[in-house]
Design a protein around this ligand. Structure first.
Ligand SMILES: NC(=O)C1=CN([C@@H]2O[C@H](COP(=O)(O)OP(=O)(O)OC[C@H]3O[C@@H](n4cnc5c(N)ncnc54)[C@H](O)[C@@H]3O)[C@@H](O)[C@H]2O)[C@@H](O)CC1
Ligand SMILES: [K+]
Length: 494
């Protein structure tokens, strides 16, 4: 299980473990792990180590001492820029400083100009950053980022909030890392919002603390093991009725494509029969995908079908009526796009959703989530995990908060961050496809929680597959996702 620990959880673990170890052990281990990560990245000799005022700086000084130590043949030319604070360093940082001073590392007072660094080690700030990086530190971070050299961040890229993935602001800056080696436990902020961009590749160094010594984490990273129980191979003796019906309701005038995208997402991930019930019927058949059955939402009887409501649905009276009926009924539900906007505007519909017996899946992007919560999208993005948790509890639903590092939460407080997917998904229609996949997995009997995390994982992996084939991220189209999702799902089921 890939646990993600909040800063508070890490502090608790650190505190408990440190009492059973000789002073400074964890910092020494962090310095060793990070020095091997640095050596693995090194394609030259010149290493710049940035060491800030706290224990993150102490880790950096350990790295400097290890890299510039006399024993190794692979000796690097280490330059240390140490920026002490106004208060004295911790005893372990003081020890690390003494070690680094006694090594061959060269200490400087400002960023040396004109050196072609092979690697920069960022130990300015870790989980103790309490306010935006400003003044001379800010100029230093900007100068480092402008160099565009490989950067190994220690614990967390300096300036990034390890809980939320936001750059600590207002008007903050953060170090742009190539790789982040994170200590004791992995952290949510490295995987969502701006975290994926700033952290680069994330590597965990548990510092000898085995999983048994760590309490359960508040969040985890999505992986197929979390939904594997639904990935059974299909029996030979099956028929289309074995895999459920999905009906996508949406498609106001001018928006006929959105429900078709969702319907294709459902069809290519294995739903038995797929309908589009259009608010404004645009045609009797989808000529590209004639398997999809076209109906008129006004008089459509959805029977036992799983309903995916909202893609391109608009806010007409018919849309409102269909949504009301669905919330009243017992069908498994995926609510997306315009359905969420209608619900945001109506406390009555919100109440009906929260009181439903069968848990619905709702798939807002940050602005839709903000409307549902009555806040701005900046507030949602500022703490995506908290926003998803709050929304799940208010709506009594499984919430899929889309965006880089999609966050999935349920009313029981479970939170998962999805690691698959890429910027190619930032294209019209990709959310419709995701809603369709959610509906498809529900229709095939998956529980709402697994259907949501499974759909998000598969959808992201489909985009990754397309990028690996050269079909993105630039110019990746939503229409390509369903076929790629089919390949991903079949590979998982095998
Ligand atoms: N305590 C432990 O047992 C371990 C700690 N470790 C390292 O220690 C880090 C946490 O150390 P700290 O709690 O000392 O925190 P940091 O090193 O992240 O930074 C805190 C220091 O920065 C100052 N500061 C905060 N915001 C600032 C700002 N905007 N501008 C200027 N100064 C600012 C604070 O006054 C304090 O001196 C972890 O991220 C990790 O790298 C690791 O060595 C593993 C073990
Ligand atoms: K750092």
């Amino acid at each position: 299980m890939k646990s993600l620990y909040s800063v508070a959880e890490i502090r608790t673990i650190e505190h408990t473990i440190a009492q059973s170890l000789p002073a400074g052990t964890l910092m020494r281990r962090a310095g060793e792990a990070a020095a091997s990560a640095a050596r693995a990245m090194l394609a030259g000799r010149k290493v710049l180590v940035l060491a800030g005022p706290g224990n993150n700086g102490g880790d950096a000084l350990e790295v400097a001492a290890n890299l510039a130590g006399a024993e190794t043949d692979l000796e690097a030319e280490v330059t240390v820029l140490y920026l002490p604070g106004s208060s004295a360093p911790s005893p372990e940082t003081a020890r690390a400083l003494a070690r680094a001073r006694a090594s061959k590392a060269q200490f400087v007072d400002s960023l040396p100009l004109g050196r072609d660094w092979s690697l920069i080690v960022d130990g300015l700030f870790g989980i103790g950053l309490a306010r935006p990086i400003d003044g001379a530190m800010r100029l230093l971070v900007e100068a480092i980022n402008a160099l565009g050299r490989p950067v190994l961040a220690l614990d967390v890229p300096s300036g990034l909030d390890a809980d939320t993935g936001a750059v600590i602001g207002p008007d903050g800056v953060a170090v742009q890392a190539t790789r982040t080696i994170t200590f004791i436990g992995d952290k949510p902020g490295l995987h969502t919002f701006e975290g994926r961009d700033y952290a680069g590749q994330v590597q965990l160094a548990p510092l000898g603390i085995d999983p048994g010594q760590r309490p359960p984490a508040g969040a985890r990273l999505n992986e197929p093991a979390l939904f594997a129980r639904h990935l059974a191979p299909r029996r030979h003796n099956s028929h289309k009725g074995s895999f459920g019906d999905v009906a996508v309701i949406g498609g106001a005038r001018g928006m006929a494509g959105a429900p078709l995208m969702a319907a294709r997402g459902a069809l290519f991930t294995g739903a038995g029969r797929v309908f589009v019930a259009a608010i404004e019927p645009a045609g009797a058949v989808d000529v590209v995908q004639p398997e999809i059955m076209m109906r008129d939402a006004q008089d459509f009887d959805s029977g036992d079908a799983t309903l995916v409501i909202g893609p391109g649905m608009g806010d007409s009276v018919t849309a409102m009526r269909v949504l009301f009926k669905a919330l009243e009924g017992k069908a498994a539900l995926v609510l997306d796009a315009d359905a969420l906007n209608l619900i945001a505007d109506s406390p009555d519909l919100q109440g009906r959703l929260a009181q439903r017996e069968a848990t619905a899946i709702v798939t807002p992007h940050p602005l839709e989530a903000a409307r549902l919560l009555g806040v701005t999208s900046a507030v949602v993005q500022g703490d995506r995990l908290a926003a998803a948790r709050e929304l799940a509890s208010r709506l009594n639903a499984v919430v899929v908060l889309k965006g880089s590092g999609t966050v999935i939460a349920n009313a029981g407080g479970a939170v998962v961050i999805n690691p698959t997917g890429n910027a190619g998904l930032a294209t019209a229609g990709s959310g419709d496809v995701l809603a369709g996949i959610c509906g498809s997995l529900l229709a095939q009997g998956w529980q709402p929680w697994e259907a949501a995390i499974g759909a998000v994982w598969v959808h992201g992996a489909a985009a990754d597959r397309l990028v690996a084939q050269g079909s993105g991220p630039i110019g990746l189209t939503a229409g390509e996702l369903p076929v790629a999702a089919r390949a991903v799902l079949n590979a998982l089921a095998r």
